[in-house]
Design a protein around this ligand. Structure first.
Ligand SMILES: N[C@@H](CCC(=O)N[C@@H](CS)C(=O)NCC(=O)O)C(=O)O
Length: 325
């Protein structure tokens, strides 16, 4: 399946073009969509390997939504039927009873012929996908789910910073979050080199931006930091080798490395990272890139806990709020 999809999402010039999100319904506070916010009704299904899913895991934890929105974690290794609940007892998701994420996609749309992707939010009782629209999902956790946030939850998408957050997110998405995939999944030298140039030019821009400010927008963590973090934390473990994003390692870009360590050491970030799932997923499931499926033993991850010195730049990670427990 991976091979076929790979071809389907490659342009004639060898560029990787990501499929659109198919299920874009929203879960809303006022119930104006078909799907009202309701504690216990929905389940967030993720792979801990996936950067798009990882965003939602971080935001859910930062906002303290664990008790109202449950979490299902799939096996980092997909088989030809896609994501599986093989980590759970009986190899079924305990909340919905499904064995494959595809069951929930096909329940929502029997004709669905795209990739079955994470993150996906399921209606537990109906066992079907409500949304796989990952960019909207985390924003909605900040806004639509506000009535259920924990005391002291940070403002990840504050109104007065939204325009700037959106602007940063757009370039980080195009050049960095998706840029690493465009490097890794390119099938022509030229497409790879173009993606590579754009990626590292943007990382240089980010290094400059973050040299004298602790966070990307404002002086506390926001959605923009969450989105950049999930790519940076995978950089040396997966993208540098597997996707050939190798002008430098993250550990060789001093500002970004300190910034990433600062976030890693912030509750809600590092404690949601699973390097084992990350490495096994990338190296063992993209057969077109790594046919042997051998998962590298490195890199040494011990540097993540070392002092970063960025407190000196000021800013407070949670603003007027507090860290999650
Ligand atoms: N929904 C987006 C982004 C989410 C995404 O790509 N998730 C990956 C994991 S990082 C996935 O679930 N892939 C499943 C597949 O390719 O079959 C997409 O379709 O490209």
């Amino acid at each position: 399946m991976a091979e076929a999809q790979f071809t389907a999402e490659t342009s004639t010039r060898g560029e990787w073009v990501r499929q659109a999100n198919r299920f874009t319904e929203r879960i809303t506070a006022d119930g104006s969509s078909r799907w009202p916010v309701e504690p216990g009704r929905y389940r967030l299904v993720v792979s801990l390997a996936c950067p798009w899913a990882h965003r939602s895991v971080i935001v859910r934890r930062l906002l303290g939504l664990e008790d109202v929105l449950s979490l299902g974690i799939v096996d980092p290794i997909r088989d030809e039927r896609g994501w599986r609940f093989t980590l759970d007892p009986g190899e079924k998701d305990p909340a919905t009873g499904i064995a494959f994420l595809s069951e929930a996609y096909l329940a929502a749309d029997p004709e669905f012929a795209g990739r079955y992707t994470v993150p996906a939010v399921l209606d537990v009782a109906e066992r079907k996908v409500v949304t796989n629209d990952y960019p909207q999902l985390t924003l909605d956790l900040s806004t639509e789910w506000a009535a259920h946030h924990r005391d002291g939850a940070p403002q990840l998408y504050p109104e007065h910073l939204r325009a700037e957050i959106d602007e940063v997110n757009a370039v980080v998405y195009a050049d960095v979050n998706n840029g690493v995939y465009r490097c890794g999944f390119a099938t022509s030298q030229q497409a790879y080199e173009q993606a590579f140039e754009r990626l590292f030019a943007r990382l240089d821009w980010l290094s400059e931006r973050l040299a004298d400010r602790r966070y990307l927008v404002g002086d506390a963590i926001t959605e923009a930091d969450v989105r950049l973090f999930t790519t940076l934390v995978r950089f040396d473990a997966a993208y540098h080798g597997h996707f050939k994003c190798n002008r430098q390692k993250l550990t060789e870009m001093p500002v970004l490395w300190a910034y990433a360590r600062d976030l890693f050491q912030t509750p809600g970030f590092g404690d949601t990272v699973d390097f084992d799932h990350i490495k096994r997923h990338y190296y063992a499931t993209h057969h077109q890139i790594n046919p042997t499926g051998i998962v590298p033993a490195g890199p040494d991850q011990s540097g993540w806990g070392t002092p970063h010195g960025r407190e000196a730049l000021g800013g407070k990670p949670f603003g007027t709020g507090t860290p999650p427990a």
